[in-house]
Write a protein that binds this ligand. Structure first.
Ligand SMILES: O=c1[nH]c(=O)c2ncn([C@@H]3O[C@H](COP(=O)(O)OP(=O)(O)OP(=O)(O)O)[C@@H](O)[C@H]3O)c2[nH]1
Ligand SMILES: [Mg+2]
Length: 329
């Protein structure tokens, strides 16, 4: 498999929703992601009858036009009761004389199922085929899918395309009701991306992120270290971000700490939804009850693996220290 070693990658799409998702997926690799809009590239005609065929058209056209390695995505939703339709023609079902209308496309899809009285649940899957093409004509292909069912009426305001009518397997909310970061972990595009990551091995170099503290070089640590899809955030305490003083309340310290961690993660291209482990140090066991509001608000849904230790901290004003590890794959 050919590896991607450059710094700039063109994501050959005109779809803003896809672009946003791909930028988030590529964030840990330190690659500048450009889009068709940056070059004013026209939308090539998708004349093939397969996802891979159309993805190849898009990636090769963009690589040839710009001289840059280009990644493309061809995707769609397949409904079992409709023998896999709309499939490769998913975008076409949204076409109207005045542009794409996804409310209409979703209504058409549901109506087609109603017309044949398709039994519930109406099983469906999103498919994504990613093609990474180089200007010399070489390409690599990666396929992904997300299983689920159609739901009606449409629900949720996030995402794009058919997201409001697609409920992924194992969830009782649609892609459009889901936190976008969560969708980006379980979607068809994320599934294909996990395979594409092998091409970025050379880009998996470690990145030390500084928070600017004078103690970092003295004590020899980083606010966070990113390695591949992982972000390791250092133990973080809860000083007020403006006054730098530690509030008396352990709950306020916990809130400040979690706000700092969130900012660090987001600066590194991760989100709180990516946190897989959280370790807590509190200086008094009685603080457990007090910090519940902050912890349940932040992690009540995310539920990282966790440990809590009661121990002393380096400054007597500190009542809590939290370290987290996040993963994006
Ligand atoms: O609900 C959705 N959630 C998704 O995650 C998703 N991914 C793709 N799609 C839809 O499937 C068709 C792909 O067509 P498609 O691959 O030709 O893309 P596109 O024409 O929108 O952009 P481009 O990349 O071709 O420029 C389009 O109708 C997209 O809206 C999605 N719908
Ligand atoms: Mg298209």
């Amino acid at each position: 498999m050919r590896k991607f070693t450059g710094d700039r990658l063109l994501f050959a799409t005109h779809n803003k929703g896809k672009l946003e998702e791909m930028r988030a997926l590529l964030a840990p690799f330190g690659i500048t992601v450009l889009s068709n809009d940056d070059f004013g590239l026209p939308e090539p005609e998708e004349t093939e009858t397969t996802f891979v065929g159309n993805a190849r058209i898009k990636a090769h056209a963009a690589a040839k036009a710009t001289g840059l390695p280009a990644l493309s995505d061809d995707s769609g939703i397949e409904v079992d009761a409709l023998d896999g339709a709309p499939g490769v023609y998913t975008a076409d079902w949204a076409e109207t004389p005045t542009g794409r209308d996804f409310t209409l496309a979703m209504t058409r899809t549901w109506d087609a199922c109603e017309k044949i009285a398709a039994p519930l649940p109406r099983r469906a899957r999103f498919r994504s085929t990613l093609v990474l093409a180089w200007p010399d004509g070489h390409d690599e292909v990666f396929e992904g899918k997300a299983e689920g069912q159609l739901v009606w009426p449409m629900r949720g305001a996030h995402g794009h395309g058919y997201d409001p009518m697609f409920q992924p397997e194992g969830y009782d909310i649609t892609f459009a009701e889901m936190d976008p970061a969560k969708k980006n972990q379980i979607s068809h595009r994320a599934d294909a991306f996990r395979k594409l990551v092998q091409c970025f091995e050379a880009k998996m170099a470690r990145q030390n992120i500084s928070g600017g503290s004078p103690y970092e070089p003295k004590l020899g640590y980083s606010r966070a270290v990113v390695q591949g899809g992982w972000c390791f955030v250092a133990g973080t305490t809860g000083a007020d971000p403006v006054s730098k003083a530690f509030p008396d309340s352990v709950l306020d310290q916990a809130r400040n700490t979690l706000a700092t961690i969130k900012a660090v993660l987001e600066g590194a291209g991760f989100s709180m939804a990516d946190v897989v482990r959280a370790n807590y140090v509190i200086t008094d066991a009685a603080y457990v009850e007090e910090i519940i509001p902050a912890l349940s608000k932040t992690f009540g849904e995310i539920r990282p693996a966790a440990m809590m230790i009661v121990a002393g901290l380096v400054n007597p004003a500190m009542k809590i220290e939290i370290e987290v590890t996040a993963f994006k794959g």
